[in-house]
Design a protein around this ligand. Sequence first.
Ligand code: GLA
Length: 387
Amino acid sequence: MKEKIYKRFQEIFGAEGEIGIYFAPGRVNLIGEHTDYNGGHVFPCALTIGTYGAARRRKDNKLRFYSMNFEHLNVIESSLDDLKPRRNAGWTNYPKGVIWAMKQKGYDIPCGIDLMLFGNIPNGSGLSSSASVEILTGYVLNDLFDLGISNQDLALLGQFSENNFNGVNCGIMDQFAIAMGKKDQAIFLDTSDLSYEYAPIRLKGASIVISCSNKKRGLGDSKYNERRVECEKALQEIQKVKNIESLGQLTEEQFESVKDAVKDTTRRRRARHAVYENQRTIKAVQALKENDIGLFGKLMNESHISLRDDYEVTGTELDTLVEEAWKVEGVLGSRMTGAGFGGCTVSIVKDEAVDTFIRQVGKAYRAAIDYKADFYAVQIGDGPRKL
Ligand code: GLA
């Protein structure tokens, strides 16, 4: 891959100067969904698939971008003096956003760059291809300009750019999982203070299988922001009767005793998801530590039900994938992953059942939905690096 990208970079941008080759992973979240902007816990891991990049400093202020995934778009040019999100700038709004964020935070970006990307994360799949591009860009700039930024701060810069440049009010999970990824480990992150610990994923004869619904997120981003506002309102109502800073501070029992403060029943269900999902995540990590994969899987299933019924971010496609997965013998747990509204599910499947899983779920999905699903057995990989 390294040679392929290097060669293509030279073809597109010319061969002179020093060219660096980089990689940043994608991520999958095992459990803890829509908790990261509620001060709760998440449990994601980085993948071995992700975004490759080739980059070089320029002598002027120009920014030149090229994606091997969108060759028809050709080279997209911009400049350090024009760091504004533009509707027709497509994917380049992500690297531009990170450069903008770095400048906002006072980092010195002395000249422009040429940047070529190639991603092998299925697009719009909910495996965080955009956060992967953000962390890759941050890592590239950090290296090219010797900025001395820690990986954790790269994650915060990525989130800052996504929130303020790209207008998606996301939490920290995706950027953190990617920037801090470690082979064969998931990250148990407390989003209230960013304390975290790595937990080895030993599935004893089972694999992580991603099922991609091929339903693009579409309206997802606005719905995402809407859920966030619902949770904020519910928190404000609860704060009138209990002194808390986030929904993540409540146990299930505490929530039950204050829930009537949330007047609107829909909003109450949103808050219930945030509280119960956080507690489920804590329990799931404990189960994993005790090697109880069965309980871990059961909590994954409960997570999906809560996302379907209380949080309402699943939809027919994701529900079909999960409900069909639950029918297959050898499936230990299955749930939607990421923001929802389309994208992927994550399932823990016994190795001997993976083929049947793909066949059976694929067939049922095709029969229920107009298009097909794609399946990937994935591995947990390291964070960003220079190759
Ligand atoms: C998206 C966001 C994350 C997180 C998830 C839902 O992936 O970027 O911050 O909120 O949705 O858990």
